[in-house]
Design a protein around this ligand. Structure first.
Ligand code: MFK
Length: 218
C-alpha cells in the first residue's frame, strides 16, 4: 500500500512551486532520477505486463508467482514518493517519459508546430483480435495532444474534450507514427488535431480541445 496520502500529493501550486498551475505544480524534468538503470526496470515491468496479458499459469506456478510479485511489490512499497518526485512521467530520456501507464512512444520531432512520435502498442494494449484497445489509443492521443498544446501555449494544459475516430485496426508490436498539432489557438483554447498511421494507412485520428491553465489552477 502506498504511504503517500491524497493530501500530500494533491497539493496546489504556491510560491514554492512556481510552475504552471496545480496540474504539475512542481514538475522537475530529469534524465537521472531513479538512476541509470531505471529505464531497464521500466522495460522489464512492461514485459511483465505484456506477458501477464497472455499468461495462463497452472496452479502451482500461480502460487509461486503470487509470492514473487508480492516480494516485488514490497520492494516498490518501500520507495514510494509523491507524484512530483517520481521518475515515472519526468524522465524525458525514456519512452513516454518513463510513464508505464502510457503506450511507449519516442518523440522524434516536437515544437510549437506539432509533435511527431513513434508509438508501439504492445501485447498489454490488446483490445481484441490482435488489435490495440481503443482506450489505449485515446491515451496516446491525450498525452501527445497535451504535449503539442503545451509546446504551443508554453504552459500546462488540460483536456476539455477528446474525440477519436477509429478508421482502421491498429496493430500491436508494430512501430506506428502519431502526429499531433494545434490547428487553432484561441486565447486559452488550443484546438488539437492528430493522426495515427501504420505506414500510409490511417488507423485513427483525433479532434480535441485543451485549455491552458491559469496560474494556480488545479
Ligand atoms: C509536458 C508534458 C505533456 C503532458 C501531457 C499530459 C496530457 C494529459 C492531459 C489530461 O489528461 S488532463 C485530464 C483530463 N481533463 C480534465 O480532467 C479536465 C477537467 N475539466 C477542467 O479542469 C476544466 O473544465 C477545464 C480546465 C478543462 C476548463 O475549465 P476552466 O474554468 O479553466 O475554463 P472555462 O470553463 O472558463 O472555459 C474556458 C473556455 O473553454 C471552453 N470550454 C471549456 N470546456 C469545454 C468543453 N468541454 N467543450 C467546449 N468548450 C469548452 C469554454 O466555453 C470557454 O470558452 P470561451 O473562452 O470562448 O468562453
Amino acid at each position: 500500500m502506498s504511504p503517500v496520502s491524497h493530501s500530500e500529493w494533491d497539493r496546489p501550486a504556491d510560491a514554492s512551486s512556481p510552475h504552471e498551475g496545480g496540474f504539475r505544480a512542481q514538475i522537475d524534468i530529469s534524465t537521472t532520477r531513479g538512476g541509470p538503470r531505471y529505464g531497464e526496470l521500466n522495460e522489464e515491468l512492461r514485459r511483465l505486463m505484456d506477458l501477464a496479458r497472455y499468461a495462463c499459469p497452472p496452479e502451482e506456478l500461480t502460487e509461486a508467482m503470487i509470492a514473487q510479485v508480492r516480494a516485488l511489490n514490497e520492494n516498490l512499497a518501500k520507495v514510494q514518493v509523491d507524484e512530483w518526485e517520481t521518475p515515472s512521467g519526468t524522465r524525458i530520456d525514456l519512452p513516454s517519459r518513463g510513464n508505464l501507464t502510457l503506450p511507449p512512444y519516442v518523440v522524434t520531432d516536437g515544437g510549437p508546430d506539432g509533435v511527431i512520435a513513434d508509438v508501439t502498442f504492445r501485447p498489454f494494449h490488446l483490445g481484441g483480435n490482435k488489435a490495440a484497445h481503443g482506450g489505449h489509443i485515446a491515451v496516446a492521443f491525450d498525452d501527445l495532444g497535451g504535449l503539442a498544446s503545451a509546446l504551443k501555449v508554453e504552459g500546462v494544459t488540460r483536456t476539455a474534450y477528446l474525440t477519436v475516430g477509429y478508421r482502421s485496426l491498429t496493430p500491436l508490436d508494430t512501430p506506428l507514427q502519431m502526429r499531433t498539432w494545434v490547428e487553432t489557438l484561441d486565447g486559452r483554447k488550443a484546438f488539437v488535431k492528430g493522426t495515427l498511421h501504420d505506414g500510409d494507412r490511417l488507423c485513427a485520428d483525433v479532434d480535441a480541445l485543451f485549455i491552458a491553465l491559469k496560474p494556480g489552477q488545479p
